[in-house]
Design a binder for this molecule. Structure first.
Ligand code: BDR
Ligand code: CA
Length: 327
């Protein structure tokens, strides 16, 4: 008899500013047997860090995953003034969704120390998925320079390479909110995959996807409906998009299904000079600078395959939780 080899799940930490699409990414991670979520580190961004902590705990409770640690991180960017996104994610960060106040608490430890401890205790084993401004990670790298060599791999949702910006005409939200942190992380030497707007803006969750999920009478599709209703109104009003772009879940999915995207390995940088290009990410496609490549950049995506995967995984998680409740 041939034995099927089941590889052990990939250990991940998610650094996040939850956030509507962040919450969808957290749910996708919990729905994916290829991953073992070892904790969430929370950063300012879509909402304040305190609101982000509440949202993370509430989403974990919704998914019956309260054993996962949540650590509160930075409330401000390294240099820039604070910039939150209530027009995109609503006052609470979760659109029109109203989750009960969480019953669990975050760790007492700061997210930067949490990242350092977890990663140094398992050098070369932990993958980070960073789906908010990069302040926590940059500060952790400055506090503990050995961190860079101990991280297995880093996936960043951020930047706009050939794509227009979504926060300034040129810059994407996560890189614009903390460009100095982005600069530190891009030049840290961590094996990094960048997942910019070039690919995420092709991944649009629509009414049809939500209706498919709502066939399962679980609180998870109901949550996604109320959260994304706000996000869809934003996309319709400001960007003439019917549906909503689920940026962060794509970055998460690439950790276990990299063939959803096509990549180029390039020298990439971010502008921190304070002018009209502040926070803009750019790649040296023609190798003009002579600088060595520092990032693998996702530049093509099989959007339909990704959206199918997202819907199937969330449906399976919803069904699993429903069956648990019936028992
Ligand atoms: C990024 O910014 C936030 O609005 C989303 O959560 C995502 O991480 C997209 O620009
Ligand atoms: Ca985010």
């Amino acid at each position: 008899m041939t034995e099927t080899k089941i590889s052990s799940p990939k250990r991940i930490l998610i650094d996040t500013d939850p956030g509507i699409d962040d919450s969808a990414a957290i749910l996708l991670a919990l729905a994916s047997p290829e991953l073992q979520v070892e904790g969430l580190s929370i950063v300012h961004g879509n909402c304040s860090v305190d609101q982000g902590v509440r949202n993370a705990l509430a989403v974990l409770e919704l998914a019956q995953a309260t054993e996962i640690a949540v650590a509160r991180g930075c409330e401000l960017p390294l240099v820039q003034p604070s910039l939150l996104a209530p027009e995109t994610h609503g006052q609470t960060g979760l659109g029109y969704a109203q989750l009960p106040p969480p019953r669990t608490k975050p760790l007492a430890q700061h997210a930067c120390d949490f990242l350092i401890d977890r990663i140094l205790s398992a050098p070369g084993e932990i993958t980070i998925v960073a789906i908010g401004p990069l302040t926590n990670l940059a500060l952790a790298l400055r506090k503990e320079p050995r961190l860079a060599a101990a991280i297995k791999e880093l996936f960043i949702m951020g930047g706009a390479i050939r794509h227009e910006g979504n926060t300034t005409p040129l810059a994407e939200f996560n890189t614009y909110v903390d460009p100095h942190a982005t600069h530190i992380v891009f030049h840290s030497g961590i094996p990094t995959t960048l997942v910019p707007l070039d690919v995420t803006y092709q991944c649009i969750l629509t009414e049809a996807h939500l209706q498919e999920l709502e066939k399962i009478p679980s609180p998870i599709p109901a949550f996604l409906r109320q959260a994304t209703r706000f996000y869809m109104e934003f996309h319709d009003r400001y960007q003439a998009i019917r549906g909503c772009v689920i940026n962060d879940p794509l970055a998460l999915a690439l950790t276990f299904q990299p063939d959803l995207c096509d990549y180029e390995t390039l020298y990439v940088d971010v502008d921190i000079s304070g002018g009209v290009c502040m926070g803009k990410t750019f790649a040296d496609f023609y190798r003009i600078s002579g600088k060595p490549a520092n990032l693998r950049v996702a530049l093509g995506v099989r959007a339909e395959a990704f959206l199918d995967l997202f819907v199937q995984r969330i449906a399976a998680l919803s069904q699993k939780l429903l069956s648990k409740e019936v028992k």
